[in-house]
Design a protein around this ligand. Structure first.
Ligand code: ACM
Length: 543
């Protein structure tokens, strides 16, 4: 800037601008060789590098940065054998975290020179993202679990970064298969590496209820266990004959929520209703349409016809459940499902038909809207916000309810037009249980065809929405449904590298989609995923 103020003749300023252009261009080119996923908003490469010495300190200028600095020190000490410590202060010659209140809460500035590395942020979260970027600039082995003799060297650069979207999510279905606490933490760890900030925990399904509710012990004693599990594709109609179950105690839930929070990830619990509730009915048949029926936890994949009935007792039950759930999850959103509720039983039920008449409703679809509106009122009265799949839009919602668009983007478009916040999670781009390569050679999946290039091609700014309406699109999410994904390694295979596409669309500035360039960057990023021992799919290399 000093140079610019000295320039007072037009010719000189033209030369200056031309030089600046070249400089920025080299920055953009360097961005590819610096290879950070998700790509930062702005990166200017500089010659030279910084090398951390054994006796350097990691200095924090604010308490806010202490936990992030400790993460860094623990990782580097483990990998490099260094004995780094964290110290308080505002200047230092090693790695320095400095408070900069001008930066957005999730933004950071990373400045690497031969003398020091400085991460500026206004929050711990911003500093955490600066740290994730810094780790990707170091030799990948330093992010691994094994000791390495490699120097801690970082190429010089200035990075100014902040996310495009405030909601950057991933969903894990633990209903179809149960994922133990350590596996859920692993899922969260990897999300954090790619600057994702919302973990949507799909906790209840026809095939299993997974969260302890103290007032209703049968949910974990009965609803969490199914008689057997399908083998192969559901079309094969084969079963393993082995009982299968699992659930999280409330203490475990608290532990996971706190763990996620330490990685700046908010957890949104999902309690499905009125559909996807066969497991509930196996323990509490009185909440169904046929209280005398013997229900079992579902064993077949697919959508069950056994749904909750909109009885007063059912609402009391759900409100009790949600009250316990809300106490466990400090975030503002509670996901109540609302998707895929077959209406056959409501059509055949005397109780439901009488209720439709009594309430002056047109049909069973309006009865579903009545159901969701009641729950919405309850959730809102407790100071929380309702979130549900796009079916919840059909009957009118409180203004602060948020919609998750899964049947393509149509529901999301409609929700944004109605001024509801929207998370775009279209199945055609972000259902990670779909095949990412040839179904003849890939491990079994539900179906579909979702190569990395397709996920990467999603653009959340939609032509159907005006600029004003587009503001309601708060972010995007990918979903790991687990009918065919029985363990965390399998889940990683289906999730990575497609989650890298999600991360980049959610975080990096809007830009023309250049899949060949992205593919090259993912390929160059593979040593980093190897260091983290991510069981990612390599099928994209042949596409
Ligand atoms: C869904 O895939 N049923 C939300």
């Amino acid at each position: 800037m000093l140079i610019l103020s000295d320039l007072n003749n037009r010719r000189m300023s033209r030369i200056f601008l031309a030089l600046m252009g070249l400089f920025l261009l080299s920055g953009i080119q360097a961005q590819n060789s610096y290879n950070i996923i998700p790509q930062p908003k702005q990166l200017v490469a500089m010659p030279g590098s910084f090398t951390l010495k054994r006796n350097n300190a990691v200095t924090v200028g604010s308490e806010l940065f202490q936990p992030v600095a400790e993460l860094l020190v623990n990782q580097l000490n483990r990998a490099s054998g260094f004995a780094l410590t964290v110290k308080k202060g505002t200047s230092g010659t090693g790695i320095v975290f400095t408070e900069n209140p001008k930066l957005k809460p999730e933004g950071y500035r990373l400045n690497v020179t031969a003398k020091k590395v400085e991460i500026q942020a206004s929050t711990g979260q911003g500093a955490f993202y600066g740290l994730q970027t810094l780790l990707q600039l170091m030799p990948p082995q330093l992010s691994g679990t094994e000791a390495t003799a490699l120097a801690v060297s970082i190429p010089n650069c200035v990075i100014d970064d902040e996310p495009r979207f405030g909601y950057r999510g991933m969903m894990l279905d633990v209903g179809r298969y149960f994922f133990p606490v350590e596996d859920v933490k692993r899922f969260i760890d990897l999300m954090a590496v790619y600057k994702l900030n919302t973990f949507h925990w799909h906790l209840t399904e026809d095939q299993g209820w997974r969260i302890e509710i103290k007032k209703y012990p049968l949910l974990t004693q009965v609803s969490s266990v199914r008689k057997e599990t399908m083998l192969g594709h559901y079309r094969d109609k084969k079963y393993d004959g082995k009982s299968y179950g699992g659930f999280y105690t409330q203490d475990q839930v608290k532990d996971i929520v706190a763990y996620a929070s330490s990685k700046y990830i908010n957890v949104i619990p999902e309690i499905e209703m009125p559909g996807h509730s066969q497991a509930v009915l196996s323990a509490y048949p009185q909440f169904g349409c046929n209280p005398d029926k013997i229900y079992q936890v579902a064993t077949r994949w697919g959508v069950s016809e056994d749904v909750l009935a909109p009885r007063e007792e059912t609402f009391t039950f759900l409100q009790d459940v949600l009250t316990e759930v809300m106490a466990l999850f400090p975030g503002q959103y509670i996901h109540i499902g609302g998707d895929e509720c077959p209406k056959t039983q409501w059509r055949e039920s005397r109780f439901c038909q009488d209720l439709i008449k009594k309430l002056g409703l047109k049909d069973e679809d309006e009865l579903q809207s009545y159901f969701i509106r009641r729950i919405d009122k309850f959730v809102t009265s407790k100071g929380k916000k309702l979130l549900g799949w796009d079916e919840i839009l059909e009957g009118g919602l409180s203004p602060n309810a948020m919609v998750m668009s899964w049947r393509g983007v149509k529901g999301g478009v409609e929700a944004a037009k109605q001024k509801h916040d929207v998370v775009m999670s279209p199945n055609s781009f972000f259902y990670l249980d779909y095949y990412q390569g040839d179904s003849k050679t890939e491990p079994l999946a539900i179906g579909g065809n979702l190569p990395l290039s397709k996920s990467y091609s999603f653009e959340p700014d939609l032509p159907e929405l005006t600029a004003e309406e587009t503001k309601y699109v708060v972010g995007i999410q990918a979903n790991v449904w687990t009918e065919y994904i029985s363990n965390i390694k399998y889940a990683e295979y289906m999730t990575y590298p497609r989650a890298l596409a999600l991360s980049e669309i959610a975080w990096s500035p809007k830009a023309p989609k250049d899949f060949p360039a992205f593919k090259k960057r993912v390929e160059k990023h593979m040593p980093y995923m190897d260091a983290l021992k991510i069981n990612y799919s390599k099928v994209f290399l042949k596409q």
